[in-house]
Design a protein around this ligand. Structure first.
Ligand code: IMP
Length: 414
C-alpha cells in the first residue's frame, strides 16, 4: 500500500459527498496504515462509522475509524462536541479487542463537552419544531445542535476545563439552562461523569493544534477524517435539514487548526446510490419498493439510531456542487455491489429551471462482491464508474465492493 500514501500525499482529508453514511470509515481504515496521525475534526456522536475487521464489526461515534490501527496517533480535534460516557465506552470496546488506545489518544483542550442535558434539549427542540414549524429536523437525538448552540453563544464548557474547576462552570451552565429551557440539570450525575473522564483521560487533553503542526513539521503524515456529509453542512447543505457543524474540507481544516494549503489531497466519498436519514428534500429518492430493495441489500439502517435510511440515486448536480465546495482530488465510490441486481440505474441530471431529469444507465446483473481489480468488473459497472468521472471531472481511485477491509479496488494514478 506504499503507493497509496505517496499518491495522496502526506496531509489528506476524507469527506462525505452526500448526506453522510457514504462509508467513509472503510477507506479511512484502509489508508490509515500509511499515515502517522488520524484526526477527527467536527461533529460528535451523531456520526456512526462502521468498520469490519477480520469479520468483526466496530461502530465508532467519536473515535476516528483509524483508531483500530495500533501505533497510530489519534486526535479528537477542536471542532468536536464530545459526549464523555460515549468516548469512554468506545475506548473500552477497542481495549477489549486487545488494542491499546489511551496512550496514543490526544484530545483537544478546545473541543466542547456535550452533556446529557444537551440531549434532553435536542428532544425538546425537535418536539417544538414538529409542533410549531410543521416538521422536525429528524436529528440523531445526540444533543449536537444544543451543544453547538452553547458554543456559539460562548457559554460552552471545553475539554480543558476537565483539568480545572469544572464544578463552578457547570453550576453556571445549569443555571442558564434552567432559565432558558426550564429543565433541571442533573449536576451530581454530570459531575460524576466528568470526574470519571478526568481521571481516565485528563492527561490526554492537550493543545492538538500545536501537536498536529509539530507532527507535520517532523514530516509525519496526517489523515483528517470528516464526519457526516457535504449536503448536511451548516452553511452549504440543505438548510435547515442539516447538522450543526461544518462538514466540508474547510470545516475539517478549521476544526483541526490546519491551514488550507497544507492539504495534499481530498478524497470525496460517495455511495454508488444515495441515502438520507431525517427530513428534507431528496429529489432523486426512489419509489418505496425500489428503496426497500436497496435498503435491504445495502443494510441501510442508521449506525447511530437504527432508523431506516431513505434510498435513491446519484445526483450529478449535487456531486458537482460537493466537488466545488471541497476540491476533491479522488473519489471513493462505495458499495457498488449493492446495485448488482438492478435492471437499470437512474442518475439524476441537472435540467433547465432547477428540475431533475433522470438518465437511465444499464445495470450489470452480475456479482461484483469482493472484486479487487477494475478490469474484473462487468463492463456496465466500469461504464458506471466512467460516467461519474466524466460528469464530475474527478477520478474514481477507490471502489468498494463489499464491507470487508479487503473488498476494495484501488486505482491510483488515474
Ligand atoms: P444532528 O446532527 O443529530 O443534529 O442531525 C441533523 C441531521 O443530520 C439529521 O437529518 C440527521 O439524520 C443527520 N445526520 C447527523 N449525523 C449524521 C451521520 O453521521 N450520518 C447521516 N446523517 C446524519
Amino acid at each position: 500500500m506504499k503507493k497509496t500514501a505517496k499518491s495522496i500525499g502526506s496531509v489528506s482529508a476524507i469527506i462525505g459527498a452526500q448526506w453522510g453514511d457514504e462509508g467513509k470509515g472503510k477507506v479511512t481504515d484502509i489508508i490509515a496504515g500509511e499515515f502517522d496521525v488520524i484526526a477527527r475534526a467536527c461533529g460528535g456522536a451523531n456520526a456512526g462509522h462502521t468498520i469490519v475487521v477480520g469479520g468483526k464489526k466496530f461502530v465508532f461515534h467519536l473515535l476516528p475509524s483509524g483508531a483500530l490501527h495500533p501505533g497510530k496517533e489519534v486526535v479528537i480535534g477542536s471542532g468536536m462536541v464530545v459526549h464523555l460516557p460515549t468516548l469512554l465506552e468506545e475506548i473500552s470496546v477497542v481495549e477489549k479487542a486487545g488494542i491499546g488506545i489511551v496512550d496514543r489518544l490526544f484530545i483537544s483542550d478546545e473541543a466542547h463537552i456535550l452533556f446529557d442535558y444537551h440531549r434532553q434539549i435536542d428532544g425538546m427542540l425537535e418536539n417544538w419544531r414538529a409542533e410549531y414549524a410543521g416538521q422536525a429536523i429528524g436529528t440523531t437525538g445526540r444533543g449536537i445542535g444544543p451543544a453547538y448552540m452553547e458554543k456559539a453563544r460562548r457559554s460552552g464548557i471545553r475539554m480543558g476545563s476537565l483539568r480545572g474547576d469544572i464544578r463552578s462552570e457547570l453550576e453556571s451552565a445549569a443555571d442558564g439552562i434552567r432559565r432558558m429551557f426550564g429543565i433541571t440539570v442533573d449536576r451530581a450525575g454530570e459531575l460524576r461523569e466528568t470526574a470519571c473522564a478526568a481521571e481516565r483521560l485528563g492527561d490526554r487533553i492537550t493543545d492538538t493544534v500545536a501537536l498536529l503542526h509539530q507532527r507535520m513539521s517532523q514530516g509525519k503524515k496526517v489523515l483528517m477524517e470528516g464526519a457526516q456529509g457535504t449536503l448536511l453542512d451548516i452553511d452549504h447543505g440543505t438548510y435547515p435539514y442539516v447538522t450543526s457543524s461544518a462538514t466540508t474540507a474547510a470545516g475539517v481544516l478549521q476544526g483541526l487548526g490546519v491551514p488550507p494549503l497544507a492539504l495534499t489531497s481530498c478524497i470525496g466519498v460517495l455511495k454508488a446510490y444515495c441515502t438520507r436519514v431525517g427530513s428534507g428534500a431528496f429529489p432523486a429518492e426512489a419509489d418505496a419498493e425500489t428503496a426497500q430493495r436497496i435498503r435491504e441489500r445495502g443494510g441501510e439502517y442508521g449506525a447511530t439510531t437504527g432508523r431506516p435510511r431513505r434510498c435513491g440515486w446519484l445526483s450529478i448536480s449535487d456531486l458537482r456542487r460537493a466537488h466545488q465546495l471541497n476540491g476533491f482530488t479522488h473519489w471513493n465510490l462505495t458499495k457498488i455491489d449493492v446495485l448488482d441486481e438492478e435492471e437499470r440505474i437512474p442518475v439524476a441530471m441537472p435540467a433547465a429551471g432547477g428540475r431533475t431529469t433522470f438518465e437511465m444507465l444499464p445495470g450489470w446483473h452480475a456479482p461484483t462482491k469482493g472484486i479487487r481489480s477494475f478490469s474484473a468488473l462487468p463492463r456496465e459497472a466500469q461504464s458506471y464508474v466512467s460516467f461519474i468521472e466524466e460528469q464530475t471531472g474527478v477520478p474514481v481511485a477507490f471502489i468498494g465492493t463489499g464491507p470487508g477491509r479487503e473488498e476494495m479496488i484501488v486505482r491510483l494514478g488515474t
